[in-house]
Design a binder for this molecule. Structure first.
Ligand code: ATP
Length: 376
């Protein structure tokens, strides 16, 4: 969350809670110190269902105005984590705090943490504006204010023209905006989103990702977003939490997780990296020499990682960090291989190579670089 953003959609003189928070955030982040107190703290959280451990020892701090995506394969504990934050599940161990207050025993209705789901759950018997008014009705806001605020939010989300329409007559993207308006109309401090785009078609997903990130940055609301999609998390989040089998494998910016995966699982999950295994031989000036089935390699361990001599370890070679050349004899970290196939994905091409022993390598190049290479 940065200071100094302007908001073309909003009336800056409005006195809504979100605006007050945005101004507060701007003050918070514009000064010399970018550090803020965490808004949410998960401390040593364990969640069991009977004998089964769905979440194990989760420690996570989320700062005001952050967009945090929790991702991982199906069943890894993402939704359970989100539901604990919403108060829909109670932790078996540990503590959850929001704004410094212990929340373990606080009911969902007493929390300022609305949730947007994949299945939307709009009320079919209410029209669009009535659906949005509903959140305020539950808070006993008077009818005139309910209506005014609901229309304001429909306007902000670009769907005011459908205010009177039956929700069953909207497209998927329009329904998603109604669900967002209904969650945001109460101007919560934290919005929880559980795979909200997974029912939309690919084109609409990209569009809605833009809508969501813009809205989040403009309002300064903290988003906690669950997804199994790496591309979705990387496209939107300030930080990502990667989970597997209930445990957090890594927390970091998308760039850090992509470039310096802390586990083999993370490297495989983020997908576009090549992974090689070998035996550590020696370290010289911070550079580790390794012996692999493809010969010797010299690699730079990530900050804070040390590898003992003789230890087995794996390392990643970013698909976009590979030089393709037919004159490589003098270079180190060399992998002789043949081109098997290529896949065109917009301006970038993914090339698949294979070594003589059958190890596959993925390389990503800009189309114009490839044109110059003239590979066969
Ligand atoms: P998906 O992407 O498929 O939604 P997820 O990462 O969100 O997966 P969770 O819904 O958090 O996974 O579930 C984590 C594990 O806990 C799963 O194995 C699930 O079957 C189990 N689980 C979740 N809720 C319950 C429950 N109420 N009772 C028993 N087991 C549960």
């Amino acid at each position: 969350a940065g200071g100094g953003r302007t908001n073309p959609l909003h009336d800056p003189n409005a006195q809504g809670g979100a605006w007050r928070r945005l101004r507060c955030l701007q003050n918070h982040f514009s000064a010399s110190s970018p550090v803020s107190d965490p808004l949410v703290i998960f401390s040593k959280i364990v969640k069991r269902f009977g004998e089964f451990v769905a979440v194990q020892h989760l420690n996570l701090e989320i700062h005001p105005g952050e967009f945090v995506a929790i991702m991982g394969p199906s069943g890894c504990g993402k939704t359970t984590t989100l539901r604990m934050l919403a108060g829909l599940e109670q932790p078996s161990e540990g503590e959850i705090r929001i704004s410094g207050r212990r929340m373990n025993e606080v009911s969902p209705s007493e929390r300022d943490t609305p949730m947007v789901w994949q299945s939307l759950a709009l009320f079919p018997f209410l029209n669009v504006v009535q659906n949005v008014e509903f959140g305020l009705k539950m808070r006993r806001v008077d009818a005139t204010t309910q209506h005014r605020k609901a229309l304001e939010w429909l306007e902000r989300l670009g769907i005011a023209e459908f205010a009177k329409r039956d929700v069953s007559l909207l497209s998927g993207g329009q329904r998603q905006r109604v669900a967002l308006a209904r969650a945001l109309v109460t101007e919560p401090e934290i919005l929880l989103l559980d795979e909200p785009l997974s029912a939309l078609d690919a084109h609409l997903v990209i569009h809605m990702q833009g809508v969501l990130t813009r809205l989040q940055k403009e309002l300064g609301i903290t988003f906690v977003y669950v997804t199994h999609s790496q591309s979705e998390a990387f496209a939107m989040a300030d930080r990502v939490v990667i989970m597997n089998e209930g445990a957090v494998m890594q927390i970091g910016t998308p760039q850090a997780v992509y470039r310096s995966p802390a586990h083999r699982f993370v490297a495989e999950f983020v997908g576009t990296n090549n992974i090689l295994s070998g035996t550590a031989q020696s370290t010289n000036a911070g550079v580790l020499s390794l012996q692999t089935e493809l010969g010797g390699f010299r690699v730079q361990p990530s900050a804070g990682q040390s590898v003992a001599e003789g230890a087995s370890c794996s390392f990643v070679i970013g698909a976009d960090h590979i030089l393709l050349t037919s004159e490589a004899e003098a270079l180190e970290n060399r992998i002789p291989c043949s081109l098997i196939s290529e896949q065109f994905v917009g301006s970038v091409v993914t090339l698949y190579f294979e070594t003589a022993s059958g190890v596959e390598f993925r390389v990503q190049k800009q189309q114009r670089e490839l044109d110059a290479l003239n590979l066969q």
